[in-house]
Design a protein around this ligand. Structure first.
Ligand code: CA
Length: 247
C-alpha cells in the first residue's frame, strides 16, 4: 500500500532529522506530495527521500491543502488533476492566504500546462508527465536554491565531496572534515562553479578580500592543506599556469 507517512509534530522544520518509513532524512526539510496516482506518488517519494527530503503524501486536493497548512513543508509537488479540488485551485487558495511555499506542478496534459503557465504564481515550476524522477529532484533543488538566495545556498556536491554552507559543514567520502574558515571559504569558492578555473588572484580577492600579487603562494599553501584534509576524494585540480578548479 502506498500510504502516507506520519511525521511527528515538531520535527518538520528544515535542519531537523526525521524518521520516515524507517529511513533517516538528511534534514533538507519536508516535501508534501499531492498526487492521486499511488504509483507516481511512490516513485516521487522514493527519489525525494534518497535526496534527503522527508515526504508526506496526500491523495486529493482538500487533504493536500490541509496537510500544507498543518505541516508547513519546504516545498510542494502538486498534481494538477486531483479529486476534490484540483491543483490549480489548491495553489490559488494557498496564494490567497499569502502562503508562498515553493510549488512544482505536475501536469498530465497540454491543456493543463497552458492553465499552469497562464497563472501568475511567482516563479514556480512545472513538470509534464511522464517525467524523470531525477528531473523532479533537480527542479526541486533549483527551486529551493533560488528561494534561499545567495546567503544560504543549498549544499553543493562535487564527486565525493559535499559542502553545506548553511551548516558550515564539509564531508569527503561520507566523512566529516574539519576545516578552518579560510579553507572552507576557499573550497566553497572553487565548488561554487564546478569546472570553472579560478586564477590565484581571483581566489585571493574573493576569499581573502584583497589582491596581493605576491600572494599566490598563500593560495597554494591553503590548497595543499585542503587537499591533505580531503584526501583521495579531493575535487581540486591544478590548472597549470592558470590556477585551480573543482571538478
Ligand atoms: Ca491526477
Amino acid at each position: 500500500m502506498f500510504g502516507e507517512c506520519k511525521v511527528p509534530p515538531g520535527s518538520l522544520r528544515r535542519g531537523c532529522a526525521m524518521h520516515l518509513n524507517g529511513a533517516m532524512s538528511e534534514g533538507r526539510g519536508l516535501v508534501v506530495i499531492v498526487e492521486d496516482e499511488p504509483a507516481i506518488a511512490d516513485v516521487e517519494r522514493l527519489y525525494l527521500a534518497q535526496a534527503g527530503f522527508g515526504v508526506h503524501i496526500e491523495r486529493d486536493g482538500p487533504g493536500g491543502l490541509a496537510a500544507i497548512r498543518r505541516l508547513r513543508p519546504v516545498a510542494v509537488v502538486l498534481d494538477v488533476g486531483l479529486p476534490g479540488m484540483d491543483g490549480i485551485e489548491l495553489c490559488r487558495t494557498l496564494r490567497a492566504e499569502d502562503d508562498w511555499t515553493p510549488l512544482i506542478f505536475v501536469t498530465a496534459r497540454d491543456d493543463e500546462v497552458d492553465r499552469v503557465l497562464g497563472l501568475e504564481l511567482g516563479g514556480d515550476d512545472y513538470l509534464s508527465k511522464p517525467f524523470s524522477p531525477r528531473e523532479l529532484v533537480a527542479r526541486l533543488r533549483g527551486l529551493l536554491r533560488r528561494q534561499d538566495g545567495p546567503g544560504t545556498p543549498a549544499p553543493i556536491t562535487v564527486g565525493e565531496v559535499t559542502l553545506d554552507s548553511a551548516r558550515r559543514r564539509v564531508t569527503s567520502g561520507g566523512e566529516e572534515v574539519a576545516l578552518t574558515t579560510t579553507e572552507f571559504e576557499l573550497l566553497a569558492k572553487l565548488m561554487s562553479s564546478p569546472g570553472q578555473v579560478f586564477s590565484r588572484e581571483q581566489l585571493l580577492s574573493s576569499v581573502w578580500g584583497h589582491v596581493d600579487y605576491g600572494g599566490g603562494r598563500t593560495v597554494d599553501v591553503h590548497v595543499a592543506q585542503l587537499r591533505a584534509k580531503l584526501g583521495a576524494s579531493s575535487p581540486i585540480r591544478t590548472v597549470r599556469g592558470i590556477g585551480y578548479s573543482a571538478s
